[in-house]
Design a protein around this ligand. Sequence first.
Ligand SMILES: Cc1cc2nc3c(=O)[nH]c(=O)nc-3n(C[C@H](O)[C@H](O)[C@H](O)COP(=O)(O)OP(=O)(O)OC[C@H]3O[C@@H](n4cnc5c(N)ncnc54)[C@H](O)[C@@H]3O)c2cc1C
Length: 476
Amino acid sequence: MQISELNFSKTFNYKKITIEDIAYFEQVVGKENVFCDSFTIAEYAHDWTEDFYFPAEVILKPKSTCAISQILSYCNHHIIPVTPIGGRTGLSGGMLPLFGGVGLSLEKMNRILEIDTQNLQATVEPGVITQVLQEAVLEHGLMYPPDPSSRGSCFIGGNVAENAGGIHAVKYGITREYILGLEAVLPSGEIIQTGAKVLKNSTGYNLTQLLIGSEGTLAIITKIIVKLLPAPKYNILLSVPFSSAQEAIAAVGTIFQVGIIPSAIEFIEKDAIDFGQEYLGIFTYDTEHIGALLLIELDGNYLEEIWKEAEKLFQTLEKFTLQEIRVAESQNQKEELWKLRRCLGEAVRRNGIYKEVDTVVPRARLPELLAKVKGICRTYGLQSVCYGHAGDGNLHVNIIKSGISDEYWKREVPKAVREIFLEVKRLEGMLSGEHGVGCVLPPFLDIVFSQAEIALMQGIKKVFDPKGILNPGKIF
Ligand SMILES: Cc1cc2nc3c(=O)[nH]c(=O)nc-3n(C[C@H](O)[C@H](O)[C@H](O)COP(=O)(O)OP(=O)(O)OC[C@H]3O[C@@H](n4cnc5c(N)ncnc54)[C@H](O)[C@@H]3O)c2cc1C
């Protein structure tokens, strides 16, 4: 993919990095944290978005807020683009240094600074891997609920920048709901603190919430205060195979209507089960007779109550055509089931080029969305593999390229995607539930935002970053 193929609404004119710039960066972060070699540059030139490849001119790995402040101040003065880089698991190309310049990796700012068991809070640096934080707080009987399927490699900073969701969002909410305050560095180099270690705060505009989901375009986040919950003591996991995908997705809404709120409810359609089983080399489900699977987790502090809820769930599901429900109680059994769900991103990717569309609609409209997606893809002769956080109304549609010519792919897929998004809009949904706009969604923003709304957002960007050095080419 070339820059010229991305549809930008403005032109960019940045200074190329020179030996003098490198000398300055070495002075700020130390020679050992400045990388210009082709191997490192190539490693940081892609995330998980399609087959995109955009190299930075230099990769920096600062260890302190102060160093980031100096780097940004310098780059702002010299008009050098800076792209924040987290765990590089993004699915909208957010960390791709589209215009070269500095790729600023947060990986060396990876300390958990405090776990406050009295106030149920933690303060962390942005490079902490999400699962590392989850496991650290669990040792204190606490839970950090945002739980993206990429939790083993994505960073908390990346989660904040993308407002990540994940499998437990359906009951516990998304990243946005767990962030109390931030430290961040503005493109000018100025360091700001937003929010506080408090659970409520009506003091001025909410800059914390503005930075969450800003995809590294407004400031670089250098410290994060998160809210924790007591970890529920028990959970059980059910794997429910449905004869048809439409029935499975319709069952999701029914479950909530009878008053059950699962701690996770994931939808995996037949093609996705096939991809996952093929990838794992484990063939638990005979997909000849299965249209889709729901993975349903119930949690709480009292096992009897969880089972009572499970009974109610079984009764609710009686009206659907199901294969045998499996119940996982032991940790091993649960991990086996979750493995299938968590591997899907990798399983699809291993198959070659694909286009991921992260649709979200009101939960009860998911059946309509699924039917439309399938219909549109059929019309264009495209294979779509669907799965996602069905409890949130969030359906990941993966359009698979295999066997399709480059020319057809480039010409027709954007048209199919636009048609899907128009349906999403008709169903009162949004373009992305959790993966962000990055450099893949700007051509479609007109579907959901008016010119006035886009102009407001561009105005906010200008206030934070008047010279446009921070993560250029993203969102707009
Ligand atoms: C297999 C797989 C499964 C996934 N499952 C989920 C899921 O269940 N839920 C979900 O929400 N997402 C999911 N994702 C998407 C991805 O993991 C998330 O978007 C995640 O939040 C990205 O974090 P990261 O650390 O990898 O960030 P990166 O990809 O490195 O960067 C993402 C964005 O954040 C910016 N950024 C990073 N750090 C900072 C910082 N400190 N300050 C400012 N900006 C910063 C970058 O510039 C970029 O715009 C999945 C991805 C994969 C590959």
